[in-house]
Design a protein around this ligand. Structure first.
Ligand SMILES: Nc1ncnc2c1ncn2[C@@H]1O[C@H](COP(=O)(O)OP(=O)(O)OP(=O)(O)O)[C@@H](O)[C@H]1O
Ligand SMILES: O=C(O)c1ccc[n+]([C@@H]2O[C@H](COP(=O)([O-])O)[C@@H](O)[C@H]2O)c1
Length: 199
């Protein structure tokens, strides 16, 4: 069965930024613009998750988070997608497998902030994810050192692409990951929820 995916030409490199986006904020928009530049991506798709499997409390309503995400970024090369809800998964390994099956002509790259690299080895089939797609990691306040010392970074030390070669990430055969030290924006959805403006 085919689900509606954002438009992509064959051979393009598409970065996937999975997230709860509860709500979307400037930090997401900032790392997306940095990822487009630093990793030489043609597009970035925000995959608005039905809910992070490792977070106990479920997020706000999906449609509400999709609307907020659309308001947060208006960029011709950034698309907002509810693909995971459509295929009925919240597991990244399944999402990537489904996308690769539907679009074998596209080079997908998984994107994440440094905080997610720290606990990446708790994700379902995390080694399968590393084997399937190159991974671009973007610096996040207070997380740079722990990310680089994480289990994933240690296990896949030999597969690390130096930051000077980051623009090659999309064409680097997996396993391949790259950490880029971009200027940082110290905002999080938790901070916004705690301010009580959302949820
Ligand atoms: N300020 C930021 N700098 C770098 N990466 C970020 C930033 N905010 C979010 N990210 C990354 O964007 C992705 C989606 O993040 P998410 O939607 O969970 O936002 P969050 O602010 O981390 O939310 P929460 O505070 O609820 O955990 C994750 O890979 C996360 O690491
Ligand atoms: O697949 C997993 O086991 C898994 C565990 C934790 C997080 N993820 C994904 O990581 C992305 C970031 O999640 P979050 O809540 O930090 O925005 C989002 O796409 C989640 O679905 C995925």
């Amino acid at each position: 069965m085919r689900y509606q995916l954002p438009y992509a030409r064959a051979g393009q490199v598409i970065g996937l930024l999975g997230g709860s986006f509860d709500p979307a904020h400037d930090g997401h928009a900032h790392i997306t613009r940095e990822a487009l530049k630093r990793f030489g991506l043609d597009q970035v798709w925000w995959l608005v998750s039905p809910g992070n499997p490792l977070k106990e409390k479920g997020p706000a309503d999906l449609q509400r988070r999709m609307e907020m995400a659309r308001r947060m970024i208006d960029h011709p090369r950034v698309k907002i997608s509810d693909f995971e809800a459509r295929i009925g998964t919240r597991f990244t390994a399944e999402t990537i497998a489904a996308l690769q099956q539907q679009r074998p002509d596209v080079n997908f790259v998984w994107l994440m902030g440094a905080d997610n690299l720290v606990q990446f080895d708790q994700w379902q089939d995390w080694r399968d994810i590393v084997a399937r797609v190159p991974i671009g990691v973007l610096a996040r306040p207070r997380q740079r050192i722990s990310a680089r010392a994480s289990k994933t970074a240690r296990v896949f030390r030999a597969a690390r692409l130096p930051a000077q070669a980051s623009h090659l990430l999309g064409h680097c055969p997996a396993p391949c990951w790259c950490f880029v030290n971009v200027p940082m924006v110290a905002v999080s959805s938790t901070m916004i929820r705690e301010r009580g403006d959302w949820g």
